[in-house]
Design a protein around this ligand. Structure first.
Ligand code: E4P
Length: 216
């Protein structure tokens, strides 16, 4: 199981990397807009920080524009993956870029049907958004489970699942139990996973008790 950092912030990526939690990085226009600097420069810096895949999203919505942008973004570094929104034109672009050996990620996937189409078009990755489904009272984990079953039962669909829009530690544990290929996790959530009040209490107690023999 790979864990990616869902961030465009170099400091957050570096901190995750120190713990072996940066097998890759996912960005999107919203995450990049939070950072200072030029779009390409931000991506170039991230690509030199991690060896794994760095997912960069296109802004065009028509197939010609997506292909053109995808080719340009792919020149930034060898580890760039082109993130393409789940659209009719997006799927056309995935086929073209895939034929050229450029890796793609079909993003904003909210149904198993969309995941099947993305995989058939030749997407390297498909990116279902759990949290945004939960936000509208649907079951994001159920979608992940359904896509995983489809891909396991149809090995000809050579597409990896990146579980995205992960909001809670419980999501991470459930997805890991399910055996999802990749989880992309915001850095705030990595910190939440690290913490437990009983760990803090235990450390506090051990430090207090150690005072009794420290100066003997
Ligand atoms: C990652 O690839 C997605 O863009 C990201 O996980 C979306 O997360 P959000 O729904 O919290 O914005």
């Amino acid at each position: 199981m790979d864990i990616y950092v869902d961030s465009a912030n170099l400091n957050e990526i570096y901190q995750a990397k120190e713990l072996g939690l940066a097998d890759g990085v996912t960005t999107n226009p919203t995450l990049i807009a939070k950072e200072n600097g030029n779009f390409e420069e931000i991506l170039k810096n991230i690509c030199s920080e991690v060896t794994g895949p760095v997912h960069a999203e296109v802004l065009s919505l028509d197939s010609d524009g997506i292909v053109k942008e995808g080719r340009e973004l792919a020149k930034i570094a060898d580890n760039i993956v082109i993130k393409i929104p789940m659209l009719h034109d997006g799927l056309k672009a995935v086929r073209i870029l895939n034929a050229e050996g450029i890796k793609t990620n079909v993003t904003l996937v909210f149904s198993a049907g969309q995941a099947i189409l993305a995989a058939k078009a030749g997407a390297t990755y498909v990116c279902p958004f759990l949290g945004r489904l939960d936000d509208i009272c649907h079951d994001g984990l159920e979608l992940l489970s359904s896509i995983r079953t489809i891909f396991v039962n149809n090995p000809d669909l050579e597409c990896q699942i990146i579980a995205a829009s992960i909001r809670t530690p419980a999501h991470v544990v459930e997805l890991a139990s399910m055996g999802v290929d990749i989880l992309t996790v915001p850095s705030k959530l990595l910190t939440q996973l690290e913490k437990h009040p009983l760990t803090d209490l235990g450390i506090e107690q051990f430090c207090k008790d150690a005072e009794k023999f420290k100066n003997l």
